[in-house]
Design a protein around this ligand. Structure first.
Ligand SMILES: Cc1cc2nc3c(=O)[nH]c(=O)nc-3n(C[C@H](O)[C@H](O)[C@H](O)COP(=O)(O)OP(=O)(O)OC[C@H]3O[C@@H](n4cnc5c(N)ncnc54)[C@H](O)[C@@H]3O)c2cc1C
Length: 1010
């Protein structure tokens, strides 16, 4: 038994804290710290530079020896239209089951681009073969078809000469040629045979997307297990024992590798991982855990801790972890790994890479509203971090360095850093071959090289391939440029440190930090950083400490309504006289308070509306975004406009508030929609009487308290509580100057009628109602990606969003398989109390809604294809996610406001009729398309014409100012909330025309000079 001293434990806890805290550093601070730690001297860097340049020069001279992949990369770089088209084809073609869609994909991608240029430009059989294969398929594009318009003449000639099937087959062969270069074998048996012949050291990677369900996870787990077993047995008696390792992705062996699901992951994944590691240990097959996305890092650390807590594993030195130099936390992570290894008196293999998810990390941080990026934003910064991390790695006695790069300077720098200490290089199969061969030829003591070798069939290979092409085809990538004679040698091989010094550790000027995403004038609201355990846990603690006010909010007495209007009218006069700047100031203050009070707001929303933590955070962000957006809009758009006219007069258009607006909001967004309406009305100069939903008065009451706190006069925003009866009394009142409503189509109709039948002025009515929102899924999609989008669209917020997906239309050829995969993914959703971080699906709003949904599902039981049984304690509050099959679009006549997804099978040839039926439903709120074929997505969105259309993403969570939200037809009147036209519906326009001559002559005219 390994004895663990208190010092080691403290060191580990401290190291862990450092990792968490490092994530909060600004990029500049983080880089400056690393810069100070750098040990590599200028002289050493110059040696590395010289060595790297020599290697590249030699490679350039022998470029005929370069790998086929290197050729492919220089022929079709990502910067060309053809390169992108090829990527899309590679990624999708092999998995499409039906010819029609496969051909449509090829037509779509080859419809543009100049393929002739690539023919004959390379002397490689490979490039010509793939180009030829691709061009050949040009002929499948039918002449006269719309798609053919921009097809090159060369392709058109082929169209008439060749048959369709032969060409598609040629195309598939072309893709396979490309694929074969990346994969070492389709099975572990063939992969090992090939590797034993070609490589001294190898780490096998089993290809595939991350698991989305438990069956996938089990399949991957068994695959890993069998491979370890096979490798162990095959190399047992040879000298190669230990040289053939396996790399695993934790996201492949658990469908919910998320911090939110920590306990479940530790309970379910850790025992499996221990089993894998012990098998690997006994088979003498080293095991490395790949590095994945940044917000999974802390969870992976927890898992690793659980793993080495097993003494048998702790006594093994074959366990490894990949770490990413682009990560701001990488340096501290190495400190933690050293501390963990020390605590258990063991050693870890550490593979230092730069990181494969850079673009994803940047986008995700923007979407999540983080304060910083988890990665560096400039390539030299990543290079510097990687070098300092390499130094730390070599200086850590319990860590065994594995240096993974295809960059000549990084390779040479690692050699300088090692100062003769042993290590191994790592490269990817099919890449960097020439570089390593030349480097090895130049150095008799060149360290051993391990090749990371993907194993799998072509279908699974292609998404990996795309990842690699994206990563290495970019202009910043070394591999993309090193053999290109047009790129200056000194530019390809440069010293990243001097570049970092030149830009003084500053982040990339064109990648603003997430809070500045919308420029300096409008801050992005801050979200919750799920990759930062401290931040998440401290918010949860704060929420727990708070008490939910149990005192009910009394309904407004009908008799008091005239008095409310009276106060409102008075308050309006002075509020309308304030400047837009003043109003913006107060509204911005409100945004600040909303953020400060987020714990209490979350508490209220969890208790009153059953919101999960993430839904509540997103809702607060939306409310804050409304404040910033409308606050700015009132200053920018309500400026008086001077109009051009005859001389001697001044014509000016200006805007004022209309008077008293009644705002009626729903329970499903008790804060964001409630405040969105109010803030727009206030910003425009109106007074507001708001009636929140009767289910969520406390959220509204608290939000109003904040409005008062920041200085918005009490009578400018008044609340009226109660049921629809109160709402009806409000809109019937003759003093109403406008109504903003979000809710059901039926209530919107009633309001419309009431307003129309009233005496007095005709007032504006803005309605946002529901929809029967559909999504179209064709057979070109990547299942895993679409399933993620569908789960979010249909079941997030328990389906209680007006944008939620109600009708999923799936192409016949993939229908059964897709529904099966979707159902299995649904099984991984956690049904629970809104309070629990792990909960994906909370309660529906109230008993009445529950009964209605329950009865509906019961009435449809013959058509229910799949449902999740709700745990007994939630039987009366929750509805399990359910799939109901229907035969035609018109079978679904109304919106069922819960986690109920209707699905419909369609034939590819009836696609257009299907889209037309969706369009004829009369609703027009949201619509989604999942397809790799751009032309189809364009066509679908043109036919359906919904208010908000989403292509290859989820269809909920519209962002203020980015995706202005709202529908038409039965789904609403417009204008869109959070869009540039919304505020204008709340204003009255005035024009003043002043005769300047009346008080004297036309001095300006008379004084005109010659
Ligand atoms: C054996 C092996 C195993 C691997 N395992 C993993 C793994 O487990 N997890 C993983 O994530 N990756 C893994 N990779 C992929 C690895 O991250 C990429 O191959 C690597 O980033 C490319 O780096 P390079 O040194 O070869 O090339 P370079 O061209 O020097 O670096 C390219 C890299 O720089 C970074 N970068 C690009 N643009 C910017 C920018 N503007 N700002 C900041 N940084 C930028 C990115 O990380 C990009 O990939 C592995 C690679 C190898 C060889």
């Amino acid at each position: 038994m390994v004895s663990v001293g208190p010092i080691a434990i403290n060191k580990l806890a401290q190291a862990r804290q450092e990792v968490t805290s490092a994530g909060r550093l600004s990029e500049r601070e983080a880089l400056k710290k690393l810069r100070r730690k750098l040990q590599l001297s200028t002289a050493e860097r110059n040696i590395a530079l010289q060595e790297a340049r020599d290697i590249v020069q030699q490679c350039r001279k022998q470029s005929n020896r370069r790998s086929l992949l290197d050729m492919f990369m220089s022929e079709f770089s990502l910067s060309t239209q053809e390169g992108i088209a090829l990527l899309c084809i590679c990624e999708a073609l092999m998995r499409i089951p039906d010819d029609q869609t496969a051909e449509a994909l090829i037509a779509d991608k080859l419809g543009s681009g100049n393929w002739d240029e690539h023919l004959g430009s390379s002397d490689s059989l490979f490039i010509n073969a793939s180009t030829w294969a691709l061009m050949l398929t040009g002929r499948i594009i039918r002449l006269g078809d719309d798609v053919t318009k921009n097809v090159t003449g060369w392709m058109k000639r082929l169209v008439s000469r060749l048959g369709e099937t032969a060409a598609r087959e040629a195309m598939e062969q072309g893709v396979q040629i490309v694929g074969n270069e990346f994969v070492v074998g389709q099975t572990i048996e063939t992969a090992l045979t090939r590797s034993l012949k070609n490589y001294e050291r190898c780490s096998f990677d089993m290809l595939g997307e991350g698991a989305r369900n438990y069956q996938d996870a089990e399949r991957f787990f068994n695959h890993y297990l069998d491979s370890i077993d096979y490798i162990g047995k095959s190399v047992k008696e040879t000298d190669s024992s230990g040289d053939f390792s396996v790399s695993i992705k934790l996201s492949a062996i658990h469908p919910r590798l998320e911090y939110r699901q920590k306990q479940r992951v530790l309970d379910e994944l850790a025992p499996n991982l221990i089993h894998l590691a012990l098998t690997a240990k006994h088979a003498n097959v080293p095991l490395t855990i790949d590095a994945e996305e940044a917000d999974r890092l802390e969870l992976m650390m927890d898992i690793l801790e659980a793993l080495v807590a097993n003494p048998e594993i702790a006594r093994w030195d074959g366990l490894g972890l990949a770490v990413q130099g682009y990560s701001i936390r990488c340096y501290t992570l190495l400190g933690w790994l050293q501390a963990l290894a020390e605590k258990h008196d063991t050693q870890f293999n550490v593979r230092l890479v730069k990181g494969a998810y850079w673009d994803t990390e940047i986008k995700q941080a923007q979407v999540d509203g983080l304060t910083n990026y988890p990665v560096f934003t400039r390539k030299p910064s990543t290079d510097l971090s990687w070098i300092v991390c390499a130094e730390q790695l070599f200086d850590s006695p319990n860590l065994i360095p594995q240096i993974a790069t295809h960059n000549a300077f990084s390779m040479a720098a690692a050699k300088q850093i090692s100062k003769g200490r042993p290590f191994e290089y790592q490269r990817l199969h099919g890449m960097g071959e020439l570089l390593y061969t030349v480097a090895e030829e130049n150095d008799s003591e060149f360290p051993p090289v391990r090749v990371y070798a993907p194993v799998g069939d072509h279908e699974n290979l292609l998404s990996y391939l795309v990842r690699r092409l994206l990563e290495n085809g970019a202009n910043t990538s070394f591999v993309n440029r090193f053999l290109d004679e047009k790129c200056e040698l000194n530019d390809v091989v440069h010293d990243p440190i001097s570049r970092v010094d030149a830009y003084e550790c500053n982040p990339h000027p064109d990648i603003p930090i997430p809070p500045h995403l919308y420029g300096n004038d409008r801050p992005n609201s801050l979200g919750l950083h799920l990759g930062d355990s401290d931040e998440v846990e401290s918010l949860i603690r704060d929420i727990k400490k708070l008490t939910f006010p149990t005192q009910p909010v009394p309904d407004t007495h009908p008799n008091s309504i005239p008095e409310i209007f009276c106060k409102s009218r008075k308050a309006f006069e002075s509020w309308n006289a304030t400047t837009p700047n003043h109003r913006r100031q107060l509204i911005y203050k409100l945004a600040e308070e909303l953020h400060k009070e987020r714990a209490f707001l979350i508490k209220l929303m969890q208790e009153e509306a059953g919101k999960t933590l993430l839904d509540a955070v997103a809702e607060i962000r939306e409310a804050i975004d409304f404040c910033h957006y409308y606050g700015n809009e009132c200053v920018e758009r309500l400026k008086p406009v001077n109009l051009v006219g005859p001389t001697g007069e001044q014509n000016q258009l200006y805007y004022k508030g209309r008077g008293v607006f009644v705002c009626i909001s729903p329970w499903n967004f008790p804060l964001a929609i409630f405040l969105g309406q109010i803030i727009a009305a206030l910003a425009a100069g109106n007074a507001v009487i708001a009636k929140p939903a009767e289910q969520t008065p406390k959220v509204a009451q608290f939000a109003r308290r904040l409005m008062t706190y920041v200085g918005i006069p009490t009578d400018v925003v008044q609340l009226a509580f109660g049921s629809g009866v109160i709402g009806q009394l409000l809109i019937e009142n003759k003093n109403v100057d406008g109504v903003a409503f979000t809710g059901s189509t039926a209530t919107a109709r009633t309001i419309n009628l009431t307003l129309a039948q009233k005496d007095g002025p005709i007032v504006p009515f803005l309605a946002e109602t529901g929809g029967i929102n559909a999504m179209h899924v064709d057979s070109s999609i990547l299942f895993e990606q679409s399933i993620d989008h569908i789960l979010e669209s249909a079941f997030q917020s328990a389906g209680q969003r007006c944008s939620a997906l109600r009708l999923l239309c799936i192409q016949e050829e993939i229908f059964d398989e897709f529904v099966d995969a979707l159902s299995r993914a649904m099984e991984t959703l956690t049904i629970g109390h809104a309070r629990d971080l792990a909960t994906d699906l909370g309660p529906v709003i109230d008993r009445q809604a529950h009964e209605k949904l329950y009865e509906y599902v019961r009435s449809q039981r013959r058509n229910v294809l799949f449902d999740i049984i709700v745990p007994s304690e939630y039987q009366t509050t929750h509805i399990g996610p359910t799939i109901i099959e229907i035969q035609q679009v018109f079978d679904l006549q109304e919106e069922h406001f819960g986690p109920i997804l209707h699905i419909l099978k369609f034939k590819a040839r009836e696609r257009v009729q299907l889209l037309e039926s969706i369009s004829k439903s009369g609703y027009g709120l949201t619509f989604g398309v999942q397809s790799r074929i751009d032309q189809r997505a364009i066509e679908a969105t043109e036919i359906v014409q919904a208010g908000n259309m989403y292509v290859n993403r989820n269809m909920i969570g519209a962002t203020v100012g980015v995706q202005p939200f709202g529908g038409h037809g039965l789904s609403g009147t417009g204008p869109k909330a959070g869009g540039p036209n919304y505020l204008m519906r709340f204003v009255q326009e005035h024009v003043t025309s002043t005769n300047l001559v009346a008080t004297g002559g036309n001095a300006t005219l008379l004084n005109l000079s010659d």
